[in-house]
Ligand binder design. Structure first.
Ligand code: HEM
Length: 495
């Protein structure tokens, strides 16, 4: 299945050009694929809740380019990393996001850059990049330190008082606190307050997003069940909260205009960008992007940490190496307080890469061709849906030997590897190309802060009484639980 010699997307000719100018040797219909049922095709094999498992099975069976059918329409599935990379890089010109998901997001008021295309996307992307650039994350760092410390103190207090710690719940609550503070500058302290309305509303939006994307028929456009009415209320609730945050931020910036020069959250930075450039961004665009960041940043980051802890529970040697690295970098401090030291955690970064390789939170990106084009050697007509696997290379032995094992060492090199051997080019946990996740720097900063704090202060003990962990695919791929008991570490490495 090694197709590294294949290059991608050759062509993106305007639709007006004759097809004959495209060079290809196969049509999608020539590709192998699972046997379709009459009329519905492979629809019923494409359950969202199992899509990552089904995809892996089909990739193993049919190779890195195959086809599936839904109601007589062919969908191209691509898992060869070079081809996937090429497709994702040809956005927003040759390909757009799959609009099925985007329309469902918009109905739930999750608009913003993720849902935008063409010039609208370019404009919004510029705004969001101003809000999430390295300088804003650095200015935000003191808040992240405070929130990581709050998580640590909550867990230490619980352990000292013999109370249980719900690690999964707390990771999600802390990630929500971080993303709301980073996006909008307000500390809602969901960590210490159960039933925070914003968290309930966001959870509700996720559930609806997942179930609507999985639905075979968009019934909610004709009639609304109580769950759909509740989702509308949640969407309105999130929008109202964000509008309040925007109003308060504008007021704060009026009182302290110096903050415009040193924005420490996304909203301040986006408002500064608007004032700088006198641009035409509307409040609706601010709202859409603030909501998109909160929805896109909470579950992804929290569950990336959750998957990593689950992997470490199964791999005590890796956990010990991680603890040793955290001890060496943090020293006498209980957590990392120096932004510069974030770059001194290579084993942690490697563990994150390895954990994403085995359990990628966004394993498939759906796109649609804007024009007739050629992918690898296949003719792809305009408006063809393509499922691009971000994780296709992960279980290929040629790219990742002993691929079923959790081996962070495979990401660590004395010298930068050649392009063809570089594993970071073979998987796309944050996507790639111009639409690469703009929140990745913030996410990685949070992941490093939280995991180094955990490994420095706590021992991870597998909770044998907990139910087995299952993969849950709602909108992202998340674990059903984190079966860990935390114990205070008494002895640090080197002591
Ligand atoms: C570990 C955490 C995260 C993961 C795994 C993740 C993953 C992804 C992926 C796979 C994409 C699609 C990229 C593409 O189409 O090529 C994406 C896009 C995006 N992410 Fe993230 N993300 C994470 C955290 C965040 C955070 C913290 C934020 C906000 C602060 C965020 C905001 C966005 C936005 C706005 C987009 C759309 C970009 C565009 O369409 O131009 N993400 N993310």
């Amino acid at each position: 299945m090694n197709t590294t010699t294949q290059t991608l997307v050759s062509t993106a000719l305007p639709a007006s050009e004759p097809k004959t100018e495209l060079k290809y040797s196969r049509m999608i219909a020539d590709l192998p694929g699972p046997k379709p049922w009459p009329y519905v095709g492979n629809l019923f094999q494409l359950k969202l809740s199992k899509i990552h498992i089904t995809m892996e099975k089909w990739i193993r069976q049919f190779g890195s380019l195959f086809r599936i059918e839904v109601f007589g329409r062919s969908i191209l599935v691509v898992s060869d990393y070079a081809v996937v990379s090429g497709i994702l890089r040809e956005r927003p010109g040759t390909f757009r996001r799959n609009q099925v998901g985007v329309n469902i997001m918009k109905e739930l008021k999750i608009a913003g850059v993720f849902a935008a295309e063409g010039d609208d996307w370019r404009k919004q992307r510029k705004l969001v990049m101003r809000g999430l650039n390295a300088e804003v994350v650095r200015n935000f760092f003191p808040t992240l330190v405070r929130m990581t410390e709050r998580l640590m103190l909550r867990w230490k207090t619980a352990i000292e008082n013999g109370k249980p710690v719900d690690v999964h719940r707390d990771l999600k609550a802390m990630s929500l606190d971080v993303i709301v503070a980073a996006a909008m500058g307000f500390d809602i302290d969901a960590l210490n307050h159960d039933g925070n309305q914003l968290q309930l509303d966001i959870d509700n939006l996720y559930r609806r997003l997942g179930s609507r994307i999985a639905a075979h028929y968009p019934y909610w456009r004709r009639f609304k069940l109580p769950v759909d009415k509740a989702a509308d209320r949640s969407a309105a609730g999130v929008e109202k909260a964000v509008l309040e945050f925007i109003k308060d931020t504008r007021e704060k910036l009026k009182q302290h205009p110096e903050l415009l020069q040193k924005p420490s959250n996304m909203l301040e930075a986006m408002i500064a960008a608007i004032e700088d450039e006198g641009s035409s961004f509307t409040d609706q665009e601010l709202v859409g992007n603030a909501i998109t960041s909160v929805v896109g940043g909470e579950d992804t980051t929290a569950n990336s940490i959750a998957w990593m802890i689950n992997a470490l529970l199964q791999n005590p040697a890796a956990a010990a190496s991680l603890a040793a690295e955290a001890d060496a970098v943090l020293g006498d401090e209980p957590l990392l307080r120096d932004f510069e030291k974030l770059s001194q955690l290579p084993y942690l970064e490697a563990s994150h890469n390895e954990s994403q390789r085995l359990k990628m939170v966004a394993p498939v990106i759906g796109v649609v061709s804007n024009i007739d084009c050629v992918v690898a050697d296949i003719f792809v007509p305009k408006n063809t849906i393509i499922f691009a696997s971000t994780v296709g290379a992960s279980f290929e032995e040629i790219h990742f030997p002993q691929s079923e094992k959790f081996l962070p060492e495979r990401w660590i090199f004395d010298e930068k590897p050649d392009e063809g051997d570089d594993p970071t080019r073979k998987l796309f946990p944050f996507g790639t190309g111009a639409r690469l996740c703009p929140g990745r720097f913030l996410a990685l900063t949070e992941i490093k802060m939280v995991v180094s704090m955990i490994m420095h202060n706590f021992e991870l003990e597998f909770d044998k009484s907990a139910p087995p962990v299952r993969d849950l695919m709602n909108f992202f791929m998340v674990p059903s639980g984190v079966p860990v008991r935390l114990k205070l570490r008494t002895k640090k490495v080197g002591q």
